[in-house]
Ligand binder design. Structure first.
Ligand code: SIN
Length: 265
């Protein structure tokens, strides 16, 4: 499949169905400019702007995720689902590999639907209506994972901006329902969920940790090995992902576009 070409409606529909079913699709050997990648992503809905990294001047919706050979911190190196701290987090992420390390730099994906289905019934019932406070602060705030000068230098000069939004908080359910499939999945994460509504952070952490450990246990995880020209699209409403940081001394260059989603329910 050549994603530069405009796709017939029935092909688009088939891709969309497969995406809803599997959560992650991967297309090898593509040759896409930023504009072509954005056009493909726009087939899934309105594009969004990532708040903490500036897009290119020509394509504000497209961000470059680059880890230089000299860098230590990588972008997305923790289990999360993209920008779940927004009121309307993105439903899809479209990530394209421009340059990949000879070894390492894979991305892991965890199926939060299967993890939800396998939760002990008592825990599912106990937390059925529970909501979490989600915030970018744990990653982008003062004291967050990317707070040090060294980390910020590694993430590049386009990282940052919107510092006044880094401590924002929104509430989402811990378990969300997929608006298209009706399936439930675990949605909270240690990366973005500060606490459970009505509980202190200290009291919330054991539960959040238990859910995170369960959702990302090996039986739910798939591993994507990138090659230059690989394009992946995943469903942020039901998958977690983790960019492995096991390739120090090598360069990795990815391009990312996000597609706006609904408010989780
Ligand atoms: C991300 O978290 O969106 C980046 C994932 C990756 O670079 O593999």
């Amino acid at each position: 499949m050549d994603l530069c070409q405009s796709l017939a409606p029935e092909v688009r529909a088939e891709i969309h169905c497969a995406w809803l079913e599997f959560g992650l699709l991967c297309f090898r050997d593509q040759q896409l400019s930023a504009a072509e990648q954005a056009a493909f992503a726009a087939g899934f809905g309105a594009l969004d702007v990532y708040p903490f990294m500036k897009g290119s001047d020509a394509h504000p919706n497209v961000i470059d995720i680059i880890k230089e050979a000299s860098s230590v911190t990588n972008f997305g190196g923790l289990w999360h689902t993209d920008t779940s701290y927004l009121l309307q987090p993105p439903k899809a992420t479209v990530l394209y590999a421009v340059e990949v390390p000879a070894v390492g730099g894979d991305t892991l994906f965890a199926d939060a639907r299967a993890a939800y289905d396998d939760l002990p019934a008592e825990l599912r019932d106990e937390l059925a209506d529970a909501r979490g406070v989600f915030s970018p602060s744990l990653v982008h705030g003062q004291g967050g994972a990317y707070a040090s000068e060294a980390a910020q230098a590694d993430l590049g000069e386009r990282y940052g901006g919107n510092a006044d939004r880094a401590e924002d908080e929104v509430e989402h359910p811990l378990f969300r329902t997929h608006p298209d499939t009706g399936r439930k999945s675990i949605y909270c994460s240690l990366a973005h969920t500060v606490r459970i509504v009505g509980m202190s952070r200290e009291a919330s952490l054991p539960l959040l940790s238990e859910l995170a450990a369960h959702a990302t246990s090996e039986r739910y995880v798939a591993r994507l090995r990138w090659t230059p020209g690989t394009l992946a699209i995943w469903d942020n409403r039901c998958l977690f992902h983790y960019a492995l940081n096991d390739y120090h001394g090598q360069r990795r260059y990815m391009r990312r576009v996000i597609v706006r989603g609904d408010r989780p329910f």
